[in-house]
Design a binder for this molecule. Structure first.
Ligand SMILES: CC(C)(COP(=O)(O)OP(=O)(O)OC[C@H]1O[C@@H](n2cnc3c(N)ncnc32)[C@H](O)[C@@H]1OP(=O)(O)O)[C@@H](O)C(=O)NCCC(=O)NCCS
Length: 155
């Protein structure tokens, strides 16, 4: 069993913007698997106080980005883990912490989007309690909208 405790977990901030945009550009080239996030979305998530990163020796190795609206609706924009650090359940752990942070901000309902081909991500989201809501097309590719109700349970 791979041990996640060797990583340091931190709240992300605007200081992490450039490393994240580099990772997105270098690693997210297959839009059937996962779309790149816009600079605006990354910026909003880093300012929200609800985005979490995992670090190894000061290097960001994985993250979950999220934000929320004034209407207490949360949105998980993205989970990403550098290929050589996959398998430590960084998506599950960072998303779980993000759900707690969203709950601390009064968020009850959380949405996210995932490719129907992304079996690892769908399985992780289902384990966390997300349910399939409906299919949509985004930038010409299929996506599943998934919904998590009552994030306040995680306080
Ligand atoms: C989805 C993602 C964040 C999951 O990373 P993770 O938290 O390290 O994944 P897990 O620890 O849950 O991995 C579970 C298993 O799947 C494997 N795995 C993880 N990601 C994989 C991938 N993209 N392809 C194939 N296998 C993968 C792991 O090695 C592990 O196998 P093991 O149990 O034999 O060690 C990561 O694959 C990723 O960054 N993908 C690209 C971006 C993406 O698709 N994001 C989600 C939608 S926005």
């Amino acid at each position: 069993m791979k041990d996640i405790s060797k990583f340091t977990c931190k709240l992300l901030s605007s200081n992490d913007f450039y490393v994240i945009t580099d990772y997105e550009r270098l690693h997210l080239c297959n839009k059937e698997e996962c779309l790149q996030s816009s600079y605006g979305s990354i910026d909003r998530c880093l300012s929200s106080g609800c985005s979490i990163g995992y670090f190894m020796d000061q290097m960001l190795v994985g993250y979950t980005l999220a934000n929320y609206t004034d209407f207490t609706v949360g949105y998980i924009e993205k989970s990403f883990v550098l290929p050589s650090f996959r398998g430590y359940q960084i998506q599950m752990n960072s998303t779980e912490q993000v759900l707690k942070l969203l709950a601390d901000h009064g968020v009850k309902d959380v949405y996210t989007m995932v490719s129907p081909c992304n079996a690892v991500s769908i399985s992780n989201l289902e384990k966390l309690g997300f349910k399939f809501l409906r299919k949509i097309m985004v930038n010409g590719v299929d996506r599943n909208i998934m919904f998590y109700s009552d994030a306040t349970d995680r306080r």
